[in-house]
Ligand binder design. Sequence first.
Ligand SMILES: [Zn+2]
Length: 128
Amino acid sequence: MSETQELPETLRYNDWAQAVTEGRLLGQECADCGNVEGTPKGACSACGSRALDTVELPTTGEVYTETTIQVPPVQFETRGYQVVVVEVGEARVMGRVEDGGVAIGDEVTLSGYVDTDDDHPGPVFEPT
Ligand SMILES: [Zn+2]
């Protein structure tokens, strides 16, 4: 993980997605109210400001909420997986936990990404 990479001034989806494939999480911090977003937004969800600065988010966080997606035991996938919302710093990021098994409050770390349609990589976390 490099601290020297430049962060885009305006975080766009492609920048965010590219970072995920490199094992990094980018977010946006509102210059007006300090709210931190875990995914690119056009405006702050808290105050509506468009003055959003790109920030590097931690890749370890705490499970805020989780749900298990049950995949029918047909075709290729035979196990369910968990979708989690992880609090990384002050932001929340949605991701997946392969094999499931984490609970709210557990610490997880970004371990990779899943890209089901070759166009929308999403973070994958594992228990720390
Ligand atoms: Zn704001």
